[in-house]
Design a protein. Structure first.
Length: 552
């Protein structure tokens, strides 16, 4: 009897240990979550707030207050402290439970320092090393979780990205020691730029703090995650293929109402005598259970803009054969309708496929949404202000913000993107995510135009950073997806170095529970407007725009 009783106790204890391990947030559990786009369709059961610690200019204190558009977003720290005789600049200092989920940095003549990460109030750092080793040099994780972008730029001018999750139970502090930093007015010089995104969990969430030992134990999961992030897109089953000529005003219409109740794969090839315009004037629209939630030009939806440029991210891809692919998962209960609509004035040919998979609908399941709008022939500096905020989207409801894209045509031979993202969640007065520059938000640095791709950030084309041309920047979120309980307002500054004009279009991706409201609607006239391929095109449509040459 004793041996039977002992066996039962051991069995029960093993079940409890297993249950606790399943509920505890660890490096391994976060790595498992990262590549699973399916997880994004469910509102997080372990609720958290997504926040960001950054080097934004501390003169920025509130909307409509002096300093709201301050630039110089470098070398602003939480404080400076002495640790064992070292002068350390504190960049991050948060109580747990939480997890660092995205870390970006760049430098200007201040890269020769030491980063330290202190866990759970320990005075000895768990991680210590040069920034180009810790963040992007694969000291902690291989590519693409640790990567500098773009690879063609000098290393000191790249954006350095770390997506390895760093969970902490009680507390986490990140510091930077650099002897070259000297006080200058309200900040330090030379320049240190940083954005650290982190999850702030509810207090009842159990978290196992990061350690080098736990990272080593998660080596197999780390390798698996990297493979999943880089593998080719596929579907469990192609449900429909099509090859159709579309005259102006025509549509491809696809209906799905079977047992497989989630789109997990979309591919599209667009053949046209005017492919640039067709990428803008052909729109993907979709409704799920009678709720329309997607209306985006196909070039933006698939991430290539209005020119074909190879790239690959976590959620979309354009290959060298001009095949465009999306792998967002789009669940529905009963009925899904997908439309490809030709709003252009020329006939086109569309070839593509739709893949479906089985989906388990739960109480916290959400519908996928994507919206688009354009600031057309936007004057970068009006009579009232040189800087102003532009809106990606405002959503009223409950959901998860999972990414966005900028497609623009710059009309000046100078940088357009000093503006910072400003993301307000659930009515907060000051944005919980405020950054240090548009290119920093999208993973690179110093306005470099070279193309790059990473699972979570991409610049398929960047010539418009420094000349009259197109630029495409995108960011897709996994662990750094932003939950909102009743509202989110996603914005970015227009902070251009020139008084000029540009076209600036914004695409947003999100998951939402029904009911919800968004402020961006369909705009047929906008997608019909001609897209410029050079500055002469631009002037043909608006002679009131300016370039630097005209202002001299």
């Amino acid at each position: 009897m004793k041996s039977i009783f002992k066996s039962i106790v051991i069995f029960i204890l093993s079940l409890l240990v297993f249950a606790c391990s399943e509920e505890t947030v660890t490096i391994s559990s976060l790595l498992k979550e990262m590549p699973k786009k399916l997880e994004l369709t469910y509102y997080p059961e372990k609720e958290y707030k997504l926040k960001q610690s950054s080097s934004y200019n501390r003169k920025t204190v509130g909307i409509d207050k002096e300093g709201w558009y301050e630039n110089s977003d470098m070398s602003h720290f939480i404080r400076v402290e002495e640790n064992q005789g070292r002068r350390e600049f504190v960049m991050f200092d948060q109580d747990g439970p939480g997890t660092i989920v995205r870390w970006w940095m760049t430098f200007w003549r201040a890269q020769n320092g030491i980063l330290r990460i202190y866990m759970d109030n320990d005075t000895i750092p768990e991680i210590e090393g040069a920034p180009f080793d810790v963040i992007s040099g694969q000291l902690l994780a291989p590519e693409p979780l640790s990567q500098s972008l773009p690879a063609e730029a000098p290393i000191e001018e790249r954006g350095h990205n770390l997506y390895l999750p760093i969970p902490y139970s009680k507390h986490c502090k990140v510091t930077y020691e650099c002897d070259s930093l000297r006080p200058k007015e309200h900040y330090y010089w030379p320049d240190v730029f940083y954005n650290i995104c982190y999850r702030e969990y509810d207090t009842d969430v159990m978290v196992e703090s990061f350690s080098l030992e736990s990272l080593q134990e998660a080596e197999e999961e780390l390798s698996h995650t990297n493979r999943k992030l880089l593998e080719d897109f596929s579907s469990t089953g192609i449900a429909r293929s099509f090859d159709q000529e579309l005259k102006p005003g025509d549509s491809v219409i696809l209906f799905f109402d079977g047992e497989q109740n989630a789109i997990d794969f979309l591919s599209l090839q667009l053949i046209s005598d005017d492919p640039y315009q067709a990428l803008r004037s052909t729109v993907i629209s979709a409704s799920f259970d009678s709720q329309q939630s997607i209306w985006v030009p196909v070039g933006e939806f698939f991430g290539t803009g209005f020119q074909m440029n190879p790239h690959k991210t976590f959620a979309n891809q354009t290959d060298k054969s001009a095949m465009m692919i999306s792998s967002w998962i789009m669940p529905f209960k009963e009925l899904c309708k997908v439309y490809y609509i030709n709003f252009g004035d020329k006939s086109i040919r569309l070839k593509g496929q739709v893949g479906l998979s089985n989906y388990q609908w739960r109480d916290n399941s959400m519908y996928f949404g994507a919206c688009w709008h354009e600031y057309y022939h936007l004057e970068t500096r009006d009579t009232n202000s040189w800087m102003f905020d532009m809106n990606y989207v405002d959503i009223k409801g409950k959901g998860l913000y999972v990414g966005d894209q900028v497609t623009l045509f710059n009309m000046a031979e100078i940088w357009w993107g000093e503006g910072d993202e400003k993301i307000f969640v659930d009515g907060e007065e000051f944005p919980s995510s405020i950054g240090t520059g548009s290119e920093d938000y999208y993973g690179y640095a110093f306005a470099h135009p070279e193309p790059f791709s990473n699972p979570f950030v991409s610049q398929p084309f960047g010539k418009g950073n420094w000349e009259p041309a197109m630029t495409v920047n995108m960011r897709h979120r996994s662990l750094d997806a932003i939950p909102f309980n009743y509202s989110i307002s996603v914005n970015i500054e227009m902070w251009h170095w020139a008084k000029t004009c540009l076209n600036y279009s914004l695409t947003s991706y999100y998951y939402v529970l029904i009911p919800y409201e968004i402020n961006i609607g369909t705009d047929i006239e906008a997608v019909k407007k001609p897209v410029p391929t050079n500055k002469e095109d631009f002037y043909e449509y608006d002679e009131n725009c300016y370039t630097i040459e005209q202002l001299k």
